[in-house]
Design a binder for this molecule. Structure first.
Ligand code: NDP
Length: 405
């Protein structure tokens, strides 16, 4: 019986709130708080209908909060008295929310690492700098409990614990075989998504980063239940923590699938300056082109009813067991329309929101409760893996996968 404060009311928060209601034995009370109160109220309304479907008794409250303000956050936390804050606003709010948690001694969880608004570079260094403070305060912070980062880290911890003596190579493959019918739209926050894919790529090899040009490395892969897709090497935040936390690791890469139309639109937008985060003056007012672009693109939360197809996300491992070389593929396949039928969201929000709820449940139930700041792969993967099967993201295994060259 716990109280959780969910910050944000977008695509991912929608799934987190529904899934907390489904897991009402843990989440007896939730508050949805975000910048726009109407969005929180409309989400509460959808959750009330869902509660009847799943027989949930979770009490839901809503509030308005500016998560850029530590003071506002502290006031709200003191008023609501949650045991955990689930941050599914934007990466820019990670540090203010962590500061408020420290001040009020409440546990913290997020799905994306901090990124300064004026520099398109995400790194764990800002949040890892809170380790000692969280330890001293006796509270837990779980970083990156979405799908990637999140489930991918839990998959690595599971493979390390049960399948290998030593993991040497990991390829994380993120395939979205979904089609929303728009010429161009992003499946999660457009600003964060476009910053991620237009940045240089990189991978971790022999203890250092190898940098690539954006979309320089392309491979083709035949994904289970989706089919053959082009995928591109990207920098991704979990590479940084996994490079440190996985024993014997020699190389980790991250690939994401993109269709030709998406890339052509992106190139064109880049060429005309629309993806820039440098402020410009427009009719006497300062605007950031990428934020303006976000305002004209479809809201990711609106893609649910129109998206068909499946996602397939997982990790291919190569390593050693009892002296023998071994390969192993652990992945999840998720159907956009099934997610929409269940909680009114497409699979990208679903695959992020379910693990955020599970991570929070792990902390609340004491299974992942440890003072300090942790990435998910530092925790016991077993109870989390069980909950993935229980709450809608069952995993599949392949002991002879095709490898990526
Ligand atoms: P959305 O843009 O749909 O939602 C973000 C929400 O945060 C909105 O409700 C927004 O309010 C709110 N918000 C923004 N700024 C503030 C603020 N200062 N104070 C209070 N609320 C604020 O994003 P998504 O739901 O798609 O993504 C949520 C998070 O999940 C992001 O951090 C994203 O990077 C992460 N993510 C992680 C993935 C993973 O696998 N690990 C995959 C996909 C996403 P408003 O509506 O008023 O703008």
């Amino acid at each position: 019986m716990s109280r959780a404060l969910i910050i944000g009311a977008g695509g991912v928060a929608g799934v987190v709130a529904h899934k907390c209601c489904e897991n009402f034995e843990v989440f007896s009370d939730i508050m949805i708080a975000s910048r726009t109160k109407e969005k929180c109220d409309s989400l509460k309304e959808r959750c009330e209908a869902y509660k009847k479907k799943v027989g949930s008794g979770t009490n839901i409250e809503t509030a308005k909060v500016d998560a850029d303000s530590v003071d506002e956050l502290i006031k709200l936390i003191n008023l609501y008295k949650p045991q955990i804050v689930i941050n599914v606003a934007l990466p820019y709010q990670d540090l203010t929310i962590m500061d408020a948690c420290l001040e009020t001694k409440v546990d913290y969880l997020d799905t994306a690492n901090y990124e300064p608004p004026d520099t398109a570079k995400f790194e764990y260094k800002w949040q890892w700098a809170y380790r000692e403070k969280f330890e001293k305060a006796g509270i837990t912070a779980i970083l990156g409990s979405g799908f990637d980062p999140g489930v991918t880290g839990v998959f690595c911890a599971y493979a390390q614990k049960h399948i290998f003596d030593e993991i040497n190579y990991i390829d994380i493959l993120d395939c979205n075989g979904g089609d929303h019918g728009y010429p161009f739209a992003t499946n999660f926050n457009p600003e964060i998504n476009i910053r991620e894919v237009s940045a240089n790529g990189s991978y971790w090899q022999d203890g250092k980063w190898i940098e690539t040009k954006p979309m320089e490395i392309k491979r083709e892969y035949n994904f289970d239940e989706v089919g053959v897709k082009d995928m591109y090497l990207l920098h991704h935040e979990e590479l940084e923590s996994l490079g440190l936390n996985i024993k014997g690791i020699k190389r980790i890469r991250f690939f994401m699938t993109f269709g030709e139309s998406y890339l052509t639109h992106l190139k064109c937008l880049e060429n005309v300056g629309m993806t820039s985060i440098e402020p410009i003056i427009y009719e006497g007012r300062e605007i950031i082109p990428l934020q303006f672009l976000k305002a004209v693109l479809p809201d990711p939360a609106s893609l649910g009813p129109r998206t068909v197809g499946k996602t397939n996300i997982g990790c291919i491992f190569t390593g050693k067991k009892d002296g023998e070389e071994k390969t192993y593929y652990l992945y999840n396949v998720c159907d956009h329309q099934e997610c929409y039928k269940e909680v009114g969201s497409q699979a990208v929000s679903y695959t992020t929101g379910v693990p955020a709820m599970i991570g929070a449940a792990m902390v609340l139930s004491g299974k992942w409760k440890k003072p300090g700041v942790y990435n998910v792969e530092e925790m016991d993967p077993d109870p989390f893996m069980e909950d993935l099967n229980k709450f809608g993201l069952p995993w599949k295994e392949d002991y002879a996968p095709i490898l990526v060259d």
